[in-house]
Design a protein around this ligand. Structure first.
Ligand SMILES: NC(=O)c1ccc[n+]([C@@H]2O[C@H](COP(=O)([O-])OP(=O)(O)OC[C@H]3O[C@@H](n4cnc5c(N)ncnc54)[C@H](O)[C@@H]3O)[C@@H](O)[C@H]2O)c1
Length: 347
């Protein structure tokens, strides 16, 4: 597999490290509109060719796959261009900035018969897969109540006098859907994947906190949401509370999912300090005894993508899965704007 990396910022370092560790994958080139970032990246990872536009790379055409690690607003145009060039695509989340664009990408990739996957990173967490298996086996009974959170504190730690490349994440005009689009997508996927349930209806409260006088830094209006609280009804009638913030002081990157059924409870914690899965089942419920559950390692998304390109068959998480999540994000944004309850279309 001859891989081109599009975007050489912070997350691209994870992609380069992961893909260079997979047999049969060669990173043949990288693209960035910022020549300084591109040069530094290529020299760090020993990548021979650099391009300042995807068009230049497509004209060269010495690659068969791309990994798209550009900012959210750039995914749509660059992915469509790569697909038009006949390339398999691994794209960062969120797939696009809204559902119509995301579905356009699904249609383009599927009708071209190209492998299409999205980096919903927490699919790499072994405990998530074990939880899904336990819930599907009926271990906790019918799911009735769900509580999920994703907490970060990076905005509390920022120096707004010395803004960095993270600024686009705070501005809707630069294609950010705020905390909801950035990490809300992860906790929504975490919840739906573990439980095997879809969200049938939701309402959502969004909040943007003031950061600097006038809430603007140069061309960046700092208007993207910082926190959300979403109340959900799931496809089986269960209800749940899902919330997230990037002002959660003391939490670098912590996800927690709690799922309750009539036969037991289950809790996953995942963060920089590790992951755990525990359950309270059967007689343990009454004594409030929680027991740790071991989970076997699972392949990473990077490994799944390399395997999918080898076989020519898209596996999860696919563009289609990410577009369904984008439907939820669009609905949550709409609900946050007009305080309405939104019922989502079922498949
Ligand atoms: N899956 C995860 O857990 C995870 C974690 C972090 C970031 N991300 C996602 O990764 C993507 C990149 O995030 P980041 O933090 O690395 O951002 P970043 O701003 O650090 O890097 C983006 C890079 O893309 C370049 N770029 C912009 N427009 C371009 C274009 N048209 N062609 C080529 N390059 C272009 C920029 O110059 C920059 O170097 C985002 O979509 C983000 O949501 C995902």
């Amino acid at each position: 597999m001859r891989l081109l990396i599009i975007g050489t910022g912070r997350m691209a370092h994870n992609h380069a490290t992961a893909f260079q560790g997979i047999d049969g994958v060669t990173i043949v080139g990288a693209v960035d509109t910022d020549p300084a970032a591109l040069t530094a990246f290529n020299s760090q990872f020993g990548i021979r060719l650099g391009f300042t536009s995807l068009e230049q790379a497509l004209a060269w055409n010495g690659f068969d796959t791309v990994t798209n690690v550009t900012p959210d607003a750039i995914h749509h145009a660059t992915t469509l261009a790569a697909i038009a060039g006949g390339k398999h695509v691994f794209c960062e989340k969120p797939l696009a900035t809204d559902a119509p664009r995301a579905w356009e990408m699904v249609v383009a990739a599927e009708s071209a018969g190209l492998v299409n996957m999205v980096n919903l990173t927490y699919r790499n967490v072994a405990q998530l897969h074990k939880a899904r298996e336990l819930i599907a086996s009926g271990a906790i009974g019918t799911v009735k109540h769900i509580e999920a959170s994703y907490l970060q504190h990076w905005v509390s730690l920022r120096d707004f006098g010395d803004p960095g490349p993270w600024l686009w994440r705070l501005s809707t005009g630069h294609g950010s859907n705020g905390t909801l689009g950035d990490i809300g997508i992860h906790i929504l996927d975490f919840t739906c994947f573990a439980t095997g349930l879809d969200i049938a209806a939701l309402n959502c409260r969004l909040q943007t906190f003031s950061k600097v006088p006038g809430d603007r830094l140069g061309e960046y209006v700092l208007d993207a949401n910082d926190s959300f609280v979403l109340s959900a009804e799931f496809s089986n009638g269960a209800i749940g509370a899902i919330h997230s913030s990037r002002w959660a002081s003391g939490h670098g990157n912590d996800q927690r999912l709690r799922v309750y059924g009539e036969k037991g409870g289950l809790e996953i914690n995942h963060g920089r300090k590790g992951s755990s899965l525990r359950v309270a089942l059967g007689a343990d419920i009454e004594t409030e005894t929680w027991r740790d559950v071991a989970a076997d390692p699972v392949p990473t998304n990077y490994e799944r993508f390399a395997q999918a390109v080898r076989t020519g068959v898209t596996t999860e998480p696919s563009f289609r899965t990410a577009a369904k999540l984008q439907d939820i994000l669009d609905s949550a944004l709409r609900s946050g704007r007009d305080t309405s309850e939104i019922r989502l279309a079922s498949d």
